[in-house]
Design a protein around this ligand. Sequence first.
Ligand code: FES
Ligand code: CO
Length: 325
Amino acid sequence: MFINDTVLRSDWIIACKIEDVKEEPIQVIILGERIVLFKNELGIHAFKDLCIHRGAALSLGCVKDGNLVCPYHGWEYNSEGTCTKIPQLPEGRSIPLKARAIKYTCRAEYGFVWINLENNNPEFPAYPEFTDSSYRNVLWGPQEVNANPPRIVENFLDVSHLSFIHEGFLGVPEHPEIGDYDVHTEGNRIYSDEIAIFQPDPDGTGIAKNVYYTYEIVQPLSVRFTKRDPDTDNKMTIMLIIKPIAEGKSVAYGIMSVNYETGTTDQEMIDFQNMIFAQDKPIVENQKPEDLPLDLQVELSLKCDRMSIAYRKYLKRLGVRLGTE
Ligand code: FES
Ligand code: CO
């Protein structure tokens, strides 16, 4: 696996949108592990997608009276994973204590379902814009990517590709230069200075000018930037959140938050982001090595790559395996 699983398993990992969990249970795959999600009046619950009786996938079953029912022989599990019914047991025979589903800690936040596979309930990643009423929040994704998550994350933190890959949208070839900036660490926060980026039409008026980006690392697989218009102080924040499915397979989600009237619908904002992401995708799907090089000498970095370097160092401190070690 591309990464030290324990680091990610001990954190919150995005599973899907809240709206994806409907009346029927669904399966999600995280770090190669099959997980069933279902909901009842107590909320959304996550179990290992495995019935202890004969290994059937519980996600093929259904929800009945708030219990998850295995499709194969009808064993029923409550929200805690305790088996409450085995239809085959003769009258009066008690259910074995071992008859349990493996339960994972699960939370519904920011429009998404998040899972903590080690059940250590770590601090939840902050995203203050979501509860700030001056912001409009639009969920983005899922977007499947055939790449390991750190390459996708690093691409999002990469300042200097904007005038090339996203030419005419997020940058212009006449202004490829990136001014010097620093990356700061304050407690758990790792964030950049404001970085000036010259964009052809940052606010929809058709006038090209500099806007300012501040990047921040939120979690190993969640990063964000805030783009500020110096004339209006309008802000747009995008948090990118990656679901690690298996080696070479990821899904990208995001939250787009704006504190101004964009003149566009949610769907138009999503479509624009999809178009931008489609420009990045062939790059990240074809980068070699597939894992981020840990040794900073392996690839040649420039000063403008400071945010990417900060991300690599952050992963290294966490003990995340990056390949080519
Ligand atoms: Fe689930 Fe038998 S395999 S009830
Ligand atoms: Co890009």
